[in-house]
Design a binder for this molecule. Structure first.
Ligand SMILES: Nc1nc2c(c(=O)[nH]1)N[C@H]1C(S)=C(S)[C@@H](COP(=O)(O)O)O[C@H]1N2
Ligand SMILES: [Mo]
Length: 215
């Protein structure tokens, strides 16, 4: 995928893309690359659940079985996807469950400022409650009308289009409400706490005071 040949093709394809669509340093690859740390988990519908926990308004955790998740309303969002390793996927139609649905069904306490989104094998990504609440943020089940493959996060993966894609855990299993920021998996391992692709917030060494908890 990153052979000189496909890079050249990618650069040519990017040439036709309006500048306001491709964040600085990004290119358009062929297809939809698969990128993650560790193995692809096996989906076990009988034991699978999705939890909202931490500082909920009621003090109680909520959890949904796979059939219960199936009852939740679906929405579609057209949006781009930017990976910190520099590929961007433009114009996908993402279908899934809006983060707003979970925020409504299991509201955070008023002092919640951040969330940690958790996935299989302990992968996690932190973001502000405001970023998580974006109307474009979805727990995705389908892209362009096709169900997610296991590689891309089946059965449920978060997409937060305005942040680098590591903020979107594949194989998502829950959301933890936080009253202060805490670093997730990549945010502890050298990636920027905030991850705005338009500001090229790629690495933690670029962080300014107040951008994230001490490393
Ligand atoms: N559970 C999990 N989710 C993850 C990752 C991971 O390592 N584990 N990698 C992230 C990164 S860095 C990117 S770019 C996207 C890639 O998603 P894709 O493989 O569907 O393109 O998944 C994100 N979600
Ligand atoms: Mo990434």
């Amino acid at each position: 995928m990153s052979t000189p040949f496909s890079r050249l093709g990618a650069r040519k394809r990017a040439a036709g893309v309006p500048a306001d669509r491709l964040p600085p340093g990004q290119y358009i690859p062929r297809g939809w690359p698969v990128l993650h740390y560790g193995p692809v988990p096996r989906f076990t519908p009988d034991s699978w659940d999705f939890k909202v926990f931490g500082r909920t308004a009621t003090g109680e955790d909520r959890s949904w079985s796979w059939p219960a998740v199936g009852e939740l309303p679906r929405t579609e969002v057209g949006a781009d996807f930017h990976c910190v390793t520099k590929f961007s996927l433009l114009d996908s139609t993402w279908r899934g469950i809006s983060t707003a649905t979970f925020l409504e069904l299991a509201p955070p306490a008023t002092d919640v400022t951040h969330v940690m989104v958790w996935a299989e094998y302990g992968y996690s990504a932190n973001m502000t409650l405001a970023d998580f609440s974006s109307p474009e943020a979805l727990f995705v089940t389908h892209r362009d009308g096709e169900p997610l493959t296991a590689d891309h996060g089946f059965p449920l993966r978060l997409v937060v289009p305005h942040l680098y894609a590591w903020k979107g855990p594949k194989w998502a299993r829950g959301v933890e409400y936080l009253t202060q920021d805490r670093r997730g998996f990549w945010e502890e391992r050298g990636y920027h706490n905030l991850a705005d692709p338009w500001l090229e917030q790629r690495y933690s060494h670029q962080e300014g005071p107040g951008d994230g908890p001490a490393l």
